[in-house]
Structure formats: structure tokens, C-alpha cells
Design a protein around this ligand. Structure first.
Ligand SMILES: [Zn+2]
Length: 238
């Protein structure tokens, strides 16, 4: 089985929180979508790795993604090493995604920050035939970094309209009962005292307004976004 789009994040529930709407939308549009979680979340305060595995499987089903795997790296201790890079390279070569979604390059959780660079490095190395030569090389064309909860005011390169898929995103997040029942914070989401679900909704609504839609998810790319027909461009200036 191969995928067109692969989201790679440190912990189960990171993909849902950051880009669940975009993943659900891509799946709905007929693309093959996958999630690779790097750790089993065994350092989390709430729940166990087993409970989180069941929750992650339910969430994947709701999003409509065709595969979800776990690399089993140590939670809270993810390192960017030759060994961890090669583990990801092997997944990339087996699944051959064209586009990879990764965390923001900055983040308050060390695992998120390390994962962003680890994913970038693995995507590059995956194109080198002489590294792990038993698996044919494959380099993803594009890496998208999720900016959803960043507070350093990085201007997104683009925002995906997830208005139709936002309730699916929330339904997937709700699968993580062990993590989020009564929660007011998660991962990169700073607590404001309000229920987590409301905070997620407000962030998505804010990014939606940037493209004059109900809900949006923001991404950055290190390379420029190309526009083909300027006359057909969306998002009114006034
Ligand atoms: Zn996380």
C-alpha cells in the first residue's frame, strides 16, 4: 500500500490537532492518506500506550486515512540520529508519499521541534540511493509544516479551507478520551482555561477568516508557493 500524503508527528493525537481537517479533506478528495506516529506516548501523564493505540485507530478511521503506523521511538526522547533517520527513510520508501506533513520547525515540546528537522532530513536522505540500498530510493516532493498553534506569528505560506471537514477533525480529537476529557491544553495548545475543543475551534476559525472561510489550517513551506493564473486567485483583498 502506498499513500499520496503522509503526516509524520511525534505523538498520537498531534496529527489530529494540527492538521486533522486537511487530512480528512485529502482523504475525502480521493487521495491516499497516511499517518506515521513516531512514539507510543508512554510518557504521557494520562492514559496508557495501549489505550492511546486504540484511540488512535478510531481517530484514523474517522479521518478516513488508509493507514496509520507507529515507529515506537522513545516518547519525550526523540533524537535525530542516523538510526532514527533510517527508520523513517524506510517508511517513506515503502509508502512513497508525494507530500509529507510535519510539525512546525519551532515548538515548545522538544519532541515536536526534533521531529520537524528529523522528518526534513529523512525526506532528503530517502532520495539517496546508496543509503539503505536494499530499498529503492524515494524523495517526497514537498514538506508542509503545520503552524496551527504557533504563537511566534510566523506568516503561513498558505491556509487550507477545512470548513467542510472541521467537525470530522473534532470528532477525531474526541476519540482521545484518555487525553482530552476535561482538558484545557494539549501538545502545542497553551491553556486559556477554556475547554480544549473550544480553543481548537477558535484557532481554526481565526485561520479560516484569513481566507474568508469558516475554518482553516495554516502551513508553512520553506520554498515559495507557485500561482498559475493570477486572474483566478481566491481571497478578496477587501
Ligand atoms: Zn505531541
Amino acid at each position: 500500500m502506498t499513500v499520496d500524503l503522509l503526516a509524520i508527528f511525534a505523538h498520537r493525537d498531534d496529527a489530529e490537532l494540527n492538521c486533522g481537517g486537511t487530512l480528512a479533506k485529502a482523504a475525502r478528495m480521493g487521495h491516499g492518506v497516511g499517518i506515521l506516529d513516531l512514539t507510543e506516548g508512554e510518557m504521557g501523564t494520562r492514559g496508557t500506550a495501549e489505550i492511546r493505540a486504540a484511540e488512535a485507530a478510531r481517530a484514523a478511521k474517522i479521518l478516513g486515512v488508509t493507514m496509520r503506523e507507529n515507529l515506537g521511538l522513545p516518547d519525550a526522547q526523540i533524537e535525530n540520529t542516523p538510526a532514527t533517520r533510517e527508520k523513517i527513510v524506510r517508511v517513506l520508501r515503502r509508502l512513497t508519499p508525494r507530500v509529507v506533513i510535519a510539525p512546525a520547525i519551532e515548538g515548545r515540546h522538544p519532541d515536536h521541534r526534533v521531529t520537524a528537522q528529523l522528518v526534513r532530513d529523512a525526506c532528503f536522505l530517502s532520495g539517496l540511493a546508496k543509503l539503505a540500498p536494499d530499498a529503492p530510493k524515494h524523495r517526497p516532493t514537498k514538506i508542509l509544516h503545520c503552524l496551527t498553534y504557533r504563537q511566534d506569528f510566523v506568516r503561513p505560506s498558505f491556509v487550507v479551507d477545512v470548513s467542510q471537514d472541521f467537525e470530522t477533525k473534532l470528532a477525531a480529537i474526541r476519540c482521545y478520551e484518555s487525553q482530552f476529557a476535561g482538558a484545557t491544553q494539549a501538545g502545542e495548545v497553551y491553556p486559556s482555561g477554556e475547554p480544549l475543543e473550544d480553543v481548537v475551534r477558535h484557532y481554526s476559525a481565526y485561520y479560516g477568516t484569513l481566507i474568508r472561510r469558516a475554518y482553516g489550517e495554516p502551513f508553512s513551506t520553506t520554498e515559495m508557493v507557485e500561482v498559475d493564473d493570477v486572474v483566478a486567485m481566491e481571497v478578496a483583498t477587501f
